[in-house]
Design a protein around this ligand. Structure first.
Ligand code: ARG
Length: 454
């Protein structure tokens, strides 16, 4: 099949070259953005009298028909077309002949592709934000249901201090909130129209770039024609936002994998969201979490693909840039897929409150509180810290927990100890007296939920 640009060529393209060169299998999904961009361009051409108003109207009407036909499944994308831009333009020309050939006046595929990808990704960003918001809502529900669920907080994966599950899970809510802010911020920089950059050097036609930008809901135009067609920073920014968000999901998944193990048994996944083993009948595996953790690597790979693809390119457009779409689409598709599956899994996950509490009751996670008790009675923190450490060593030797050490033993270490020490180091008390902002006390958790909702 002869290409639309076949003017100076004497031979058809070799089939293998056509397959290699064609991007429609990847960029076909941008058909709606492409048509919207062409409608805005054609309208501007008519308004500026670059083509007649009549031709402009016919082009717009036909483009809308093409859009309807693709959506209704009446018009299939030709897998042999070079890309979505060529396909739509060819279809337009098939339908209205010479008039269709006027659409490409003062336009290049270079600015067309730069436009389409921005329009397409703008919608993708909104869809991704919605999915992240759904998970934040689930996290808020989990926090509300677990304000009194005491669990051990860890550092170095060693039991450290008592916290509530509400406080723990809310940490992920705030990470995801930052992910949304990052996406919105990247979107702000992406939301400028490159259309009118043309191939690279602008045009001699009296085009109105601002009009087109406004029609398409952009904040303005890309100010430099070479930058307009060569900038793919926004794909890198979005792939980076996507990588960071995947990293957050992966950390959460890693914790859930641990919490599902017999060693922890803090949570149990719903049968619908776990898998069995082909040989070991007792197994219930957290495959979803493992896949999300695994796919994180692939999303990082997409980011590296984009950074590497761009780093050596001279201005302006180079065909290397066609590779951008496969990487950024994969990055956001994977993220969206992970977000969609994680949400119902979290919603149906059973929290084993008793097991969390049991684990919190061991491991001396109230040792800091024991030291704080002495500090409240007037001792310097370092000295109190040392004495508490010695009492912990005593407990380990005698197979006791701090709550069970007799008062006379406490008094051997310091005469500041009295009966009220037991109340002070009590697990509930130790957890809920942490009333500082951001901590586990119920008021602090309520405040966090309010901020996260806000
Ligand atoms: N399919 C191309 C891409 O995605 C469109 C731009 C082609 N421009 C060109 N001069 N070959 O990058």
């Amino acid at each position: 099949m002869a290409q639309m640009w076949a003017g100076r060529f004497q031979k058809d393209l070799d089939n293998k070259v056509n397959d290699f060169n064609s991007s429609i299998k990847v960029d076909g999904r941008m058909f709606e953005s492409d048509i919207k961009g062409s409608i805005a361009h054609a309208t501007m051409l008519g308004k500026q009298k670059i083509i007649s108003l009549e031709d402009s109207k016919l082009i717009v009407k036909t483009l809308l028909e093409i859009l309807d036909d693709i959506k209704a499944g009446k018009l299939a994308l030709d897998p042999n077309a070079e890309d979505i831009h060529m396909f739509i333009e060819q279809e337009l020309t098939n339908r209205i002949g010479e008039v269709g050939k006027r659409l490409h006046t003062s336009r290049s595929r270079n600015d067309q592709v730069a436009l389409d990808i921005r329009l397409y990704l703008r919608d993708e960003v909104s869809a991704t934000i919605e999915l992240i918001n759904n998970i934040i809502a689930t996290i808020i529900d989990l926090a509300n249901e677990n304000k009194e669920t005491i669990m051990p907080g860890y550092t170095h994966l060693q039991r450290a201090q008592p916290i509530t599950f509400a406080n723990h899970i809310l940490a992920y809510g705030f990470m995801l909130k930052r992910d949304i802010e990052r996406l919105k911020d990247a979107n702000k920089r992406m939301n400028y129209s490159p259309l009118g950059s043309c191939a690279l050097a602008g045009t001699t036609y009296p085009i109105d770039r601002d009009y087109v930008a406004n029609e398409l809901g952009f904040s303005g135009i890309v100010n430099n024609s070479l930058d307009g067609v060569s900038d793919r920073d926004f794909t890198i920014e979005l792939a980076s936002c996507s990588s960071i968000c995947m990293m957050h999901l992966s950390r959460l998944c890693e914790e859930i994998i641990m919490w599902c193990s017999w060693e922890f048994k803090f949570v149990e996944l719903d049968d619908a969201y776990s898998t069995g083993s082909s040989i070991m009948p007792q197994k219930k595996n957290p495959d979803i979490c493992e896949l999300i953790r695994g796919k994180t690597g692939r999303v990082y790979g997409d980011l590296i693909t984009l950074l590497t693809m761009l780093k050596g390119l001279p201005l302006a457009y180079n065909k290397d840039m066609q590779e951008d779409k496969e990487a950024i689409f994969d990055s956001l598709d994977t993220l969206k897929q992970c977000l969609s599956i994680l949400n119902p899994m979290l919603k149906t996950m059973k929290i084993n409150k008793d097991n969390m509490r049991k684990a919190a009751a061991m491991g001396f996670i109230n040792a800091t509180d024991l030291a704080d008790y002495l500090v409240k009675k007037g001792m310097a923190f370092r000295s109190a810290y040392k004495i508490s450490g010695q009492i912990v060593a005593y407990c380990i030797d005698h197979n006791l927990i701090l709550e069970d050490v007799p008062l006379d033993v406490y008094k051997e270490y310091s005469d500041l100890f009295s009966q009220d020490v037991y109340q002070y180091i009590d697990l509930n008390n130790a957890t809920f007296k942490r009333t500082s902002k951001g901590a586990s006390a119920i008021n602090s958790v309520d405040e966090q939920i309010k901020i996260l909702r806000g």
